[in-house]
Design a protein around this ligand. Structure first.
Ligand code: TYD
Length: 140
């Protein structure tokens, strides 16, 4: 499943006035966008995320500054650098994620396929392992 986490490069429509990046739901990313949120003002030593989602898919983009995301499918782990405003990381559902190493100017934009629902968050890693190891999700 970890191989489904991947870097997406968005077209930079730059001209002498600067850059413009457009992300169209279900065209530039694999889902329709139902929710947008962004994270800023997190210190370098803060670790955010620490959860997985039953249904939500995400795109993570550092539109300013840099951070890292560690993804984990219960078997394998991978670290992505979020360091360019025209690239994003696609995360499918049921991926455990930690976001960390935020630069002082980090603005981490997140696009999501679902509205917020606390019930679809798995916030305990042991529970997460039970979920991914019990129902064959590793075969996805
Ligand atoms: P949390 O999921 O802990 O953020 P992160 O994973 O980025 O560290 O969310 C922090 C708080 O904000 C928590 O009380 C839930 C709330 N929240 C919403 O109400 N809607 C949302 O879309 C998100 C992402 C969080």
């Amino acid at each position: 499943m970890i191989e489904k986490c991947r870097l997406l490069s968005f077209e930079q429509r730059g001209d002498e006035r600067g850059h413009l990046v457009v992300i169209e739901g279900s065209q530039d990313i694999p889902f329709d966008i139902k929710r947008v949120f962004y994270i800023y003002g997190s210190d370098r030593d803060v670790v955010r995320g620490r959860h997985a989602n039953y249904n939500s898919e995400f795109i993570l983009i550092n539109v300013s500054g840099t951070s890292k995301v560690k993804v984990d499918d219960g078997v394998n782990q991978k670290i992505f650098d979020l360091d360019r405003p025209h690239t994003g990381i696609y995360l499918p559902k049921l991926i455990w994620k930690d976001m960390y190493d935020f630069s002082p100017d980090s603005v981490l934009l997140v696009l999501s396929s679902e509205h917020y629902d606390d019930k679809e968050y798995i916030r305990n890693y042991e529970d997460y392992l039970k979920v991914v190891r019990s129902d064959g999700n590793q075969k996805d």
